[in-house]
Design a protein around this ligand. Structure first.
Ligand SMILES: NC(=O)c1ccc[n+]([C@@H]2O[C@H](COP(=O)([O-])OP(=O)(O)OC[C@H]3O[C@@H](n4cnc5c(N)ncnc54)[C@H](OP(=O)(O)O)[C@@H]3O)[C@@H](O)[C@H]2O)c1
Length: 276
């Protein structure tokens, strides 16, 4: 019953690992650099690269959790068809695929396969707001563009719980679930929620798009990533701000709120060693 988790060191994948362990499933965590990775006890850590499917150890695996992007600039994974062929050949039964904001070769290959596949379409992760942690800690400020754009941001723990339930329990083959939180919030509403969680005032400063791009590049984001994020927020598609029942449909309980996420992660906005 081993489940292989790609992106296991990432925001969403770490939660998939955690939730699989909670369901009692053996987990094989994939990373490009095992020496740098930290996992809970009991996780089998393997090295492999999604851009080279032959490097992914699939022996004994019954389910896989896959990403549609690769590399630190979130480039589209072009080896999807090869990867899916190997997964099928290895006798894997179930697969979840994380949507990356647009259709991908991986998603196409998985949905055309004989696997019991499920596509998970999360909108903005709540953890994206951790990019504000440093300026909140240092200056009590959040600088962001597009004050009025709303996002139905999703708790990454809910993404993990949905993926684990689908992979372990089954019964969701051929389905696509859009994963959102329970409400769509503007940037100032998100800032106010974090402010309430840490018990400190946080000032919101609206940036122009050009200023925001400059800040993202100064933080080390690749230009393609900065442009993608700015375009997404400027021209947010309806899926980004429409609350969906996907989490509840799979888990039988409501999606977790941004207020609960902010309370869990309050430490990160207060001190550098705070909880993540
Ligand atoms: N953030 C959002 O709001 C959002 C919304 C919708 C969809 N998504 C999608 O969700 C996925 C996960 O996002 P995240 O924020 O959890 O990611 P993240 O924290 O940035 O982590 C990226 C993960 O991808 C792995 N990875 C990268 N290139 C790889 C390769 N060539 N081979 C194997 N593993 C590779 C990394 O593993 P190692 O470095 O350990 O090798 C790491 O675990 C991405 O595909 C993203 O596009 C994100």
């Amino acid at each position: 019953m081993t489940i292989l988790v790609a992106g296991a060191t990432g925001n969403a994948g770490a939660q998939v690992v955690r939730e699989l362990l909670a369901l009692g499933s053996p987990v094989r965590a994939l990373t490009r650099n095992a020496a740098a990775a930290r996992f809970p006890a009991g996780v089998e850590v393997v090295e492999g690269d999604l851009t080279r499917p032959e490097t992914i150890p699939l022996e004994g695996v019954t389910g896989v959790h896959l990403l549609a992007t690769a590399g630190d600039d979130y480039a589209e994974l072009t080896t999807g068809p090869e990867l899916v062929a190997r997964v099928e050949k290895a006798g894997v039964r179930r697969a979840t695929v994380l949507w990356s904001g647009s259709p991908s070769p991986l998603e196409e290959a998985v949905t055309a396969s004989a696997l019991e596949w499920t596509v998970l379409r999360p909108v903005d992760f709540m953890s994206n707001t951790l990019v504000w942690a440093e300026s909140v800690r240092r200056e009590g400020v959040v600088r962001e563009p597009f004050a009025s754009s709303r996002s139905a941001l999703v708790h990454e723990g809910d993404i993990g719980a949905v993926a684990a339930a689908v992979l372990v329990r089954g019964g969701h083959g051929g389905r696509t679930y859009t994963l959102t939180g329970p409400e769509a919030l503007t940037v100032p509403q998100q800032v106010a929620t974090i402010s309430a969680a840490i018990g400190r005032e946080i000032r919101y400063v609206e940036l122009t798009e050009a200023q925001a791009r400059e800040e993202m590049l100064a933080q080390g984001r690749p230009p393609e990533v900065a442009d993608f994020l700015l375009r997404w927020r400027r021209d947010m598609p309806a899926v980004g701000y429409t609350v969906d029942r996907g989490v509840e449909d799979v888990l039988g309980r409501p999606a977790r709120s941004f207020a609960s996420w902010a309370r869990e992660r309050a430490g990160s906005f207060v001190s550098a060693g705070g909880t993540r």
